[in-house]
Design a protein around this ligand. Structure first.
Ligand code: FPP
Length: 230
């Protein structure tokens, strides 16, 4: 969800106003995704590296997250959405962690769509944590190293319960991954749009989905193989 700061600065506003407008985009995109019947969406709301931003910006983002969790609680529950989180959640202040944990528990049985917030999240950090757990299981004899394969490794990641990642959208014209779902993007389609996140609304999501629908996903096969349904 990139471009909040630039959007605000272009209007002569403080960066936090960009994040506030970005929270409106979050609401619209979440609603549209639910209406479209998407199985899961994950929003990269705060990276492991974002803790190093100015304290005022970090505090403002935490406040916005709290407002979102409290303000959207009933809509999330009414729409059978399961709220999840990935990342180093224990680092979050109680003002965010408490409503987050509460909404995760209250929505855990919902099946219409999974909305995952990536908070204090880093793709590399997730992989390192998975390797630590794997090493522990190998040392205790729960896992034989020769039994480790792609599927088992995936099971140690925080995204294990999510469907395979089909589409990654990055806003604001930057063409980088910035430590997001590094393992999971292996066969994802990447769509980069110049639209800044505070201006990214459902019509832009539809455009990205159109681009995605016109891609040929080959997963290492040839077009001919796909055409003959191998
Ligand atoms: C990146 O833009 C965006 C963030 C670091 C924060 C994203 C947060 C929100 C959209 C609002 C709160 C989230 C929820 C789920 C309610 P940037 O600040 O790096 O923008 P820039 O590159 O233009 O400076």
């Amino acid at each position: 969800m990139d471009g909040n700061g630039r959007w605000a600065e272009a209007k002569g506003q403080r960066r936090l106003e960009g994040h506030r407008a970005g929270a409106d985009s979050v609401r619209d995109i979440t609603r549209a995704s639910r209406e479209l019947g998407l199985e899961a969406i994950t929003l990269y709301a705060f990276s492991s590296q974002n803790w190093a931003r100015p304290a005022e910006e970090v505090a403002g983002l935490m406040q916005l997250l709290r407002e979102f969790l409290i303000g959207e609680r009933s809509e999330i529950l009414d729409n059978q959405i399961r709220l999840e989180a990935i990342g180093d959640i224990d680092k979050l202040p109680p003002m965010v962690k408490e409503p987050l944990d509460e909404l995760r528990a209250a929505s855990s049985h919902h099946r219409a769509m999974t909305l995952t917030l990536a908070l204090s999240y880093g793709g590399r950090e997730s992989i390192v944590r998975a390797v630590q757990a794997i090493a522990r299981d190998a040392a205790s004899g729960v896992l034989r190293p020769e039994d480790l394969d792609v599927a088992r490794f995936s099971g140690y990641l925080p995204t294990a319960a999510l469907p395979p990642l089909d589409l990654l959208i990055r806003t604001s014209g930057e063409q980088r991954i910035s430590n997001f779902m590094l393992w999971e993007i292996a066969y994802a389609e990447l769509v980069f749009t110049d639209v800044l996140w505070p201006e990214f609304r459902r019509q832009h999501l539809y455009e990205c989905l159109d681009v995605y629908a016109n891609r040929e996903r080959r997963f290492g096969l040839t077009s001919a193989q796909l055409a003959s349904d191998v």
